[in-house]
Design a protein around this ligand. Sequence first.
Ligand code: TXA
Ligand code: MG
Length: 349
Amino acid sequence: KDTKVFYVSEKLEPKALDEAAKILSHGGTVAFPTETVYGLGANALDEKAVMQIFEAKGRPADNPLIVHIASREDCKSLVLEIPEKASLLMDSFWPGPLTIIMQRKKIVPDVTTGGLDTVAIRVPENKIAIELIKRSGKPLAAPSANLSGKPSPTSAEHVIADLSGRIDAVVDGGDVIIGLESTVVDVTSEVPAILRPGKISKEEIENCIGNVNIAYDDKVHPESETVRSPGMKYTHYSPKAGVILVEGENDAVVRKIKELVEDLSMRDAKTGLMLTEESGKHFSETESFSIGGKDKPEQAAKNLFYGLRFLDLKNVDIIIVDGSFDSTGIGAAVFNRVRKAADMIIKVK
Ligand code: TXA
Ligand code: MG
């Protein structure tokens, strides 16, 4: 495929948007920015269109997609009912990085939901995304626009690096704001459950709808296990390089990373570092990337996937990630992603 690139700025260039929307309404695949990460969109109600998403990404067929809509009104045609708690969540967090799982109507095809009777829905908080959905006139199924297993894309360049030639078009709207995928919450159970952590925290959700369970952990689950969200079974966020995560207080983490760097250089392994600003002062020679201030987890969120891809392009063998940043708020979601990406986790005191 010859992948077209449309540049769209805050001015929302109508011609570019219309052309991209036309590809979508004709059953094609178009990657577009959201506030979280770039998504690879197709008409969620068109089986053939959705199948192209799975093909382009190399995504396992049982891993369901999130359906993106322009406003909550559009939910009505997709779900059997909107539970009271879902409605409260929509009031508080839509448009925004919260995906809500509800009972689907049969109009949503099996390919989109991975055969489940539920469907995941969100209204993104990104003008380009909203405009594209409106102009296409369709709900858009859109997983993160990366090859399956790779770090999610936070810029159009990342999408092109993974999917050029495999999709019809990319809408380049610049870098995303958040850098990590949405929080996923399932409201179909008696006590709702968080299936994936994101910027919207458990505390924020509980303030809105009361008690919720946590149904995710930071491991990758074996194929044979039954999990609540199919995505939990698959390798995630992995760059080409091996990833070592060092967790603990900043001083201890710096000491451990120095040890590892020395050890790896003796073995002739090329090492790349992802360091907090505080740790960065202690290293000079090694290829490194700053994930931001250790007390600013929103910076780590924005930089994590970007940094993994950046260091991969430097052809390092091993990426060591400094895990001394704050684990509260969105920090919990950053730790979830980086633990899943890691081949080895070292905890130091
Ligand atoms: O921020 C985001 O959510 C981005 C942007 C593009 O919106 N999208 C995204 O999609 O991260 P994806 O496909 O990479 O992740 C969707 C996650 C997967 O873990 C999937 O298993 C889960 O949501 N999911 C989708 N539908 C589900 C359902 N009906 N029941 C349980 N889990 C579901
Ligand atoms: Mg993904």
